[in-house]
Design a protein. Structure first.
Lengths: 483, 488, 101
């Protein structure tokens, strides 16, 4: 099975790729346009330097070779959301070629138990402009009409084309996550799939077992969530397999995925009529990048996951495994770094994040950056544990609540009665009861078997459901044992 | 004032001396434009009210001693494919009937800054595709020298307006000769500057790598003044030359003594050229020799390939440039269509004339799968050979002198039936566009009672040389002052 | 011999989104034929070592800073539109088989 992805990512610029129009997400139709976006008679494109810098940065972060000369070409086709009747893209001479993306081992498990890290090769990265939006919804546009909004027309994109190195539907979505992580680390794109900053086409072909010939390739268009990428790829693999099993033939075509039915359906069959008549855009000069310019852009790349992981190991004394986990996404790494600095004991913060915070996130099915938990709050919770003002158990409950609905840790401790019990009388009574229940252990301790202290503390904690202030408990127990 | 509008220099002197006001000149210009419409049809629209208001402002400036430039207060006509905010920009096409541009071209901004007054928009071949101004939705323009003849094209309206003394100067565009050929046919002076010298921002694109805005007037000096107003770097055009425009008029008056002028032998040996035209051009070259120029024969061996290369490139680019006319955001939309594809096909078929459709189809064919290398890429390679021809020639001379057209103005309808013949008549002009060179045409005599043009080509960025040679020629001859009967 | 078939003319016309009458199609096929005959002289030229010249001048790559200009007044955006609804353009319903890109 051969899967290749074409990932389109919006570059984070303030103005469009060839038009000075502002980029406005969520504005009413055509409120973020300029004569260039409308392709009015007489307008001309001028390249946004920042977009080129961001594209080069992304390509370098994905280990590509940057072309000293690349050429913008026109891709000609008619569609209402394509104002010029052509899209300015790159064709024969793209910005960058080669390169790779490493898909982390844990994510790359393909169900066959293999967990080796996977390196997915890149064919190329090129720069192009986005199209506008056609609104087909009958409720908005009416049954006979389509509305056209050009706010998005001309927004800068990079298209990242992978080699057909991906071997499973799960790996396709893991690869896409890895790409998103790099784009965010490099500060190139918000890469938010829900907002359409990141879109993906998936090319799939099956090679019949025992055959060396490549199967026919189909293309799944415009998948806009990780879940859909995986589900659509699975559905398409199954569809093709079924066809081949029945002695059928896969036809080269473009497909769409319907998340409701969970099935892919043919949008259109590729025909000879698909003729985009690419040619170099005569309104633009080839893009020349000197070694100096490329070096300068390389110098501006923010720290990427790998470097950050190394720094976390060196600076915070984390294990390679923990550092890798904490740098898997830029949001997690940023969170950790703030919390660790604020708290002071990075190791402890790492443990809390990888154990308790991760657990809470898993339960809610959400990502760290989408929760109200702040690094400050986490640092304060851990400090309360250090100071024995809450028990570990209480703190876990606290973290889970903060992940779900946020709030001030101190207030929550008071409201939920999570403060560790420090009342001397209550502690003393619990200690006495435990010593009475385990006279033999108490005697052996007094005879010098000091390691039994932990056992006795555990017994007291169990009998009081972990609510006692651990410091006070320890003191009280030692005092009672000396008697 | 009565009679024809004088030259730009004459108008300027009248304004400076108080002999005439801008309002008077502009009013005269407008009246003359109206009066000649039935016979010549040089204009597709006039902006009388705005022009007179601007003329009053110019007069007020002059009274305050705040004259902005040599063209302040001077009426200028612009071709219908150069946009001005709030004004129509129809490109002589049904496709753009009623279209009003919300922005102004850099060239017209230059005119406005210089104080020049746009009095109206001139007729042209639809989307600048043609050599006769017959392919206009508004009907043809006629040649002031003889109304059964075309004024040339595609900027035929601008050339006719200057020849008929309606305006002292005008703007046009030149993709394959669309300024120089009408200059020659109408007996006026015009220059296509170096590619990139005048911003294309606001020029409705025909062929992006060839299009260039230029000036029409009745002398080299007038052209230089107009060019100074519109030339220079513009960040809105990626193909704009990143250098300030020189003072073109400063180079005038230096004469041709000591200059070496090349005569491309392929141009003078061209079979399709009329003997009378070649004779007239040879006489002109002899005049320049008498004035001290040295002439040598040079060779541009790839000239015979220029037309094929030009039409492959121009039509390919046009097919893409004109895709934006789809009836969605502006322009003609068919009254009845079932579905999107039909809406596109009908709107475009109704909106474009036959010549435009022909070129779009040709260009689409050249770019389509399987033909790109054979036509478009090949044409770009031949283009490189043509430029190399010029580079070699310019190693041996300062400027090239040649005919502008193989023949004098042809009859209306004479070539419309056979597009290829029409295309072949561009043989002398397309090479300058392919190589990006500045090229000028100036009247140099008559053949069959119709004007003949002398073409002067110079090195890239050396408009000053072309203007200097033309200016020298105009100082020793009077062809450029000849006036068609009835338009004095 | 004609090298442009009727089918070829139809294909090109559809790519260009032009509808041709029977008469126009025949005429164009004929014209394209004679034009291609003329273009044959290009094919005869050896250009193996010649680079394609896309632009007459070699310039440094021009670019602009990432400074947004003011957006157009939405009323002006649709002022020339044949059909609009509010600030959006309106086209006939797009059916799926017409989707592209």
């Amino acid at each position: 099975m051969l899967i290749g992805l074409e990932v389109h990512a919006h570059l984070r610029t303030r103005s469009k790729l060839f038009s000075p129009a502002p980029i406005l997400y969520g504005a009413p139709p055509n409120h973020g346009v300029h004569p260039v976006c409308l392709a009015l008679p007489g307008v001309l494109p001028v390249l946004n330097r920042r977009a080129v810098e961001l594209a080069v940065r992304a390509a370098l972060a994905m280990n590509c070779a940057i072309a000293a000369r690349s050429v913008f070409a026109r891709k000609n086709y008619f569609y209402p959301d394509l104002p010029k009747g052509y899209q300015i893209s790159q064709y024969e001479e793209p910005l960058a070629t080669g390169g790779w993306v490493d898909v982390p081992a844990a994510d790359a498990a393909d169900g066959a138990g293999r967990a080796a890290p996977r390196r997915v090769g890149l064919t190329r990265i090129h720069v192009e402009e986005d199209a506008g939006k056609s609104i087909h919804d009958d409720a908005i546009a009416g049954a006979d009409a389509t509305l056209v909004d050009l706010n998005r027309a001309g927004v800068p994109l990079i298209e990242i084309v992978s080699e057909p190195d991906i071997r499973s539907a799960a790996e396709a979505s893991a690869y896409l996550r890895a790409v998103r992580s790099i784009l965010r680390y490099a500060d190139v794109s918000d890469a938010d799939m829900e907002k359409g900053h990141l879109r993906c086409d998936v090319n799939i072909s099956l090679r019949p077992r025992g055959s060396s010939a490549l199967g026919t390739r189909t293309e799944l268009k415009n998948l806009n969530s990780f879940r859909f990428v995986e589900a659509a790829a699975s559905a398409e693999i199954e569809r093709q397999a079924e066809l081949l099993r029945g002695g059928g033939r896969v036809q080269q075509c473009t497909l769409s995925y319907d998340p409701h039915s969970g099935r892919t359906s043919v949008l259109r069959v590729k025909e000879d009529a698909d003729d985009y008549r690419y040619f170099p855009d005569p309104d633009l000069i080839p893009l020349l990048l000197s070694a100096d310019q490329i070096a300068r852009i390389r110098g501006e790349i923010p720290e990427l996951a790998e470097q950050r992981s190394e720094r976390f190991q060196r600076g915070f004394g984390l294990s390679e495994h923990d550092a890798a986990q904490l740098t898997a996404s830029r949001a997690t790494a940023d969170f950790f770094e703030v919390a660790a600095t604020q708290h002071g004991d990075a190791k402890s913060v790492a443990n809390w994040m990888l154990r308790d915070v991760a657990q809470a996130l898993k339960e809610c099915g959400t990502a760290l950056e989408d929760t109200p938990l702040s690094p400050d709050a986490l640092a304060r919770v851990i400090r309360m544990v250090d100071e024995r003002r809450v028990t570990v158990k209480g703190a876990k409950q606290l973290v889970s609540e903060l992940v779900r609905s946020g709030g001030d840790p101190e207030t929550l401790v008071a409201e939920r009665g999570l403060a560790a019990v420090s009342d001397a009388g209550a502690i003393e009574q619990a200690v006495r009861e435990v010593l009475a229940a385990h006279p033999e252990h108490a005697a052996r301790y007094r005879a010098g078997e000091h390691k039994l202290l932990d056992f006795l503390i555990g017994q007291v904690m169990r009998s009081t459901r972990g609510k006692l202030n651990p410091g006070a408990l320890r003191e009280c127990l030692l005092r009672a044992l000396r008697e | 004032m009565s009679g024809g509008i004088g030259t730009l220099r004459e108008m300027r002197e009248a304004l400076d001396s108080g002999g005439a006001s801008s309002v008077e000149i502009v009013r005269c210009s407008l009246e003359r434009a109206e009066a000649t419409q039935p016979s010549l049809h040089a204009f597709v629209g006039l902006r009388a009210e705005a022009a007179l208001r601007e003329a009053r402002e110019s007069d007020a400036r002059r009274r305050r001693g705040e004259v902005r430039s040599p063209v302040d207060g001077i009426p200028i006509a612009i071709k219908d494919n150069i946009v001005q905010a709030g004004e129509p920009a129809g490109c002589a096409s049904r496709m753009l009937a009623g279209y009003v541009s919300p922005f102004t071209s850099t060239a017209v901004e230059g005119l406005e800054r210089a104080g020049a007054i746009v009095i109206g928009r001139t007729n042209m071949d639809e989307f600048a595709m043609g050599s006769s101004t017959e392919h206009s939705v508004a009907g043809p323009t006629r040649n002031p020298w003889r109304v059964d003849r075309t004024p040339g094209g595609s900027s035929g309206g601008s050339a006719a307006a200057v020849a008929a003394r309606i305006v002292p100067a005008a703007l046009g565009s030149d993709t394959g000769g669309s300024i120089r050929q009408p200059d020659a046919f109408c007996g006026v002076v015009g220059i296509k500057p170096t590619y990139g010298r005048v911003s294309r921002w606001g020029l409705v694109a025909f062929a992006s790598s060839l299009d260039q805005i230029g000036a029409f007037a009745r002398s080299a000096e007038d052209c230089a003044w107009l060019l100074e107003a519109i030339a220079g770097h513009d960040a809105r055009d990626s193909t704009s030359i990143p250098e300030p425009a020189p003072a073109f008029s400063a180079a005038l008056g230096a004469g041709v003594r000591g200059l070496r002028l090349g005569m491309p032998k392929e141009y003078f040996e061209h079979e399709g050229a009329a003997d009378a035209v070649l004779g007239s051009v040879r006489d002109a070259v002899a005049e320049l020799e008498r004035a001290g120029a040295q002439t040598i024969e040079v060779s541009l061996p790839n000239t015979r390939l220029a037309i094929a290369s030009y039409y492959a490139i121009a039509n390919a680019e046009a097919s893409s440039n004109l895709a934006r006319f789809d009836g969605v955001r502006y322009g003609h939309r068919t009254a009845n269509a079932n579905g999107l594809t039909e809406m596109y096909c009908r709107s475009r078929s109704e909106g474009f004339g036959a010549e435009v459709k022909r070129r779009i189809l040709l260009g689409t064919y050249f770019l389509s799968a399987g033909y790109y290398d054979a036509y478009y890429r090949k044409a770009q390679q031949v283009r490189a050979l043509l430029r190399a021809d010029f580079e070699r020639a310019f190693e041996r001379c300062d400027a090239l002198v040649a005919p502008t057209t193989p023949e004098v103005a042809f009859r209306l309808g004479e070539k419309t039936a056979d597009p290829l013949t029409m295309y072949l008549s561009d043989i002398y002009t397309v090479s300058a566009n392919l190589a990006g060179l500045p090229a000028l045409s100036t009247p140099c005599g008559f053949a069959d009672g119709l004007p003949v043009g002398l073409q002067i080509l110079a090195r890239p960025l050396d408009e000053a040389m072309a203007l200097r040679v033309a200016d020298a020629f105009q100082r020793i001859t009077h062809h450029h002052t000849a006036c068609p009967d009835g338009f004095a | 011999m004609a090298r442009i078939t009727r089918a070829e003319v139809e294909r090109v016309a559809l790519l260009a989104r032009l509808s041709l009458s029977e008469q126009e199609a025949l005429r164009f096929a004929r014209e394209l034929d004679s034009f291609l005959d003329y273009m044959d002289q290009l094919a005869a030229i050896d250009t193996r070592d010649v680079g394609a010249l896309a632009q007459p001048l070699v310039l440094a790559t021009p670019s602009r800073g990432d400074d947004p200009a003011a957006a157009m007044d939405p009323g002006l955006v649709v002022a020339n539109a044949p059909a609009s609804a509010g600030s959006a353009f309106v086209v006939p319903k797009v059916v799926e088989s017409e989707a592209e890109g």
